[in-house]
Design a protein around this ligand. Structure first.
Ligand code: BGC
Ligand code: CA
Length: 349
């Protein structure tokens, strides 16, 4: 057993012992003694707070932490910090969270190639580290047994998005506006280098070509997950006389899909088939009104649940594999699910 693992284990034992003592002390209250409930301190570092999907995960975490407090008679302090899309800022924030004695870290890393430094810091301090949504490269994850990743498989969301379009294309010949038998599309991509941007872009189109559909890319560009940037890109595309040929808009997330819809509406152009990913509240509304053909649910609540379960297990001395479905000792995978207006209608009683 090396030194850092030893330090993690002794820290972990101290923590488990502290929780047990506090629980015993809490029992003693009934016999006249006063005591504080045990406290779990979790540092939550977001790449930015200004992201629709990420802020839903943070809200879910808060909500679930409050529920667990009630259920377990303990306190859960979440310290949420905003990395403002700057890796140096985020590293400083993590240093300070570790310095303030947090028991577990949940990290939505700004630059996923910078994970090694962070894992080494956490290992040195003996604080278990749970990455989420922005996936470190596999080799980095192997640097420490207590580095975890909670997220969803990017390829899966791409395939599901492509299948949504495939199904619509096969069902409605009118989607082939120019009748040439080829699906003309544009692609709005998320942040360059993000696993979800790269793999959704690739696998959405692959699902169509694998099914024998001929496709033609008219334009593609990054809009960094943002509605405003996507609207601006789509406005540029719409200025081109060839824009009338756009039959499908693929967007790597819902905010960008909504941005594209904004641009078409503002230009007074008929909406093509638009698809997104996430199933945010405004996107589901747009599915209901028929502006957005479909989306792929990214399970933010599931991600929050798994992180909290992992943090609780890692700090109260139980086996993390008993608390979550742990793959290869490091990964928790949440499934994606495709959603169209039909699915929403089915859910409404
Ligand atoms: C989501 C995006 C989000 C990004 C942030 C993706 O999984 O689909 O909406 O902006 O993660 O990392
Ligand atoms: Ca066509």
């Amino acid at each position: 057993m090396n030194r850092t693992i030893k330090s993690f284990c002794s820290r972990w034992r101290r923590r488990a012992a502290a929780l047990v003592c506090a629980a015993l002390a809490a029992l003693a209250v009934g016999c006249g003694g006063a005591s504080e409930p045990p406290v779990l301190r979790v540092g939550v570092a977001l790449y930015t707070q200004d992201d629709t999907f990420i802020s839903t995960i943070a809200q879910e975490l808060e909500r679930m932490a409050r529920q667990e407090e009630q259920a377990r008679g303990m306190r859960i302090n979440l310290s949420v910090v905003d990395g403002r899309s700057n890796q140096t800022t985020q590293l400083d924030q993590i240093d300070s969270l570790i310095g303030r004695g947090c028991d577990a870290l949940c990290v939505n890393i700004v630059d996923r190639t910078a994970a090694a430094v962070l894992i080494d810091k956490a290992r040195e301090a003996g604080v278990p580290l749970i990455f989420f949504n922005r996936q470190p490269v596999a080799e980095d994850m192997l640097r420490w047994e207590h580095a975890y990743y909670v997220g969803a498989k990017a390829e899966e969301s791409g395939v599901l998005q492509g299948q949504l379009v495939l199904e619509a294309w096969q069902a409605d010949p009118g989607l082939d506006r120019n009748g040439d038998g080829v699906l003309q599309y544009v692609m709005l991509e998320g942040e360059p280098g993000h696993q979800d941007a790269m793999l959704r872009t690739e696998y959405a189109v692959k699902a169509l070509t694998d099914a024998g559909v001929a496709v033609e890319k008219l334009a593609s560009d990054t809009a960094n997950w943002k509605r405003g940037q996507a609207m601006a890109k789509a406005q540029q595309w719409l200025e081109d006389p060839g824009a009338a040929a756009i039959e499908v808009v693929f967007a790597n997330n819902d905010d960008m899909a909504l941005g594209a819809i904004d641009a078409f509406e503002q230009a007074g152009e008929p909406l093509p088939l638009v698809v997104g990913v996430d199933a945010t509240a405004p996107a589901l509304e747009a599915v209901e009104t028929g502006k957005l053909y479909g989306t792929v649910r990214n399970d933010g609540a599931g991600i929050a649940r798994a992180m909290l379960d992992l943090a609780l297990a890692l700090t109260d001395g139980s086996d993390p594999a008993g608390a979550v479905d742990l793959v290869d000792g490091h990964y928790v995978w949440l499934p994606y699910r495709a959603i169209t207006a039909r699915d929403l209608a089915r859910q409404t009683p």
